[in-house]
Design a binder for this molecule. Structure first.
Ligand code: ZN
Length: 147
């Protein structure tokens, strides 16, 4: 039997267990039915971020941004593109640091946009500033644990 991966639903915050060999088959949340791996950027709040950053078995890349930040808005389409390209390897989410001001403090984010990579409950890398999707993909892939 395939190993089960724990995935926090980025819509409702529920913890789901998904067999590793089903990750590429568009698994859905057992509670709310939202896709767990969508290839899209999930918009999350502080509570969901706290759960997913601690509990996810699938790497999670979080964009800390704010609506007033021009470079963040410039980065948004690049981040969307990266989400499509990562597929089931990395989930991408964004959090609005203006709507959730405490997260910048919790995760020691000093400038935005900032991209923080969490793997199995640990921050393993962060990247600051605008960059093309291809560069972000390469930088994140270089940090991912070998499986
Ligand atoms: Zn859900």
């Amino acid at each position: 039997m395939a190993e089960a991966k724990k995935l926090i639903c980025l819509e409702c915050g529920q913890a789901n267990r998904v067999p590793a060999d089903k990750l590429s088959e568009k698994p859905k949340c057992g509670i709310c039915g939202a896709g767990l791996i969508t290839g899209k950027v999930a918009v999350i709040d502080a509570q969901t971020l706290g759960k997913a950053a601690k509990g996810d078995d699938v790497p999670l890349l979080v964009d800390f941004w704010a609506p007033w930040c021009g470079p963040c808005r410039q980065m948004a389409p690049q981040f969307e593109q990266a989400a499509r390209q990562f597929g089931a390897d990395v989930r991408l989410a964004k959090i609005d640091t203006q709507a959730h001001p405490k997260v910048a403090q919790t995760y020691r984010v000093q400038g935005i946009p900032a991209f923080v990579l969490f793997v199995k409950g640990r921050e393993i890398a962060r990247f600051a500033g605008v960059r093309p999707a291809a560069q972000l993909l390469a930088e994140v892939r270089a940090k991912l644990p070998r499986t």
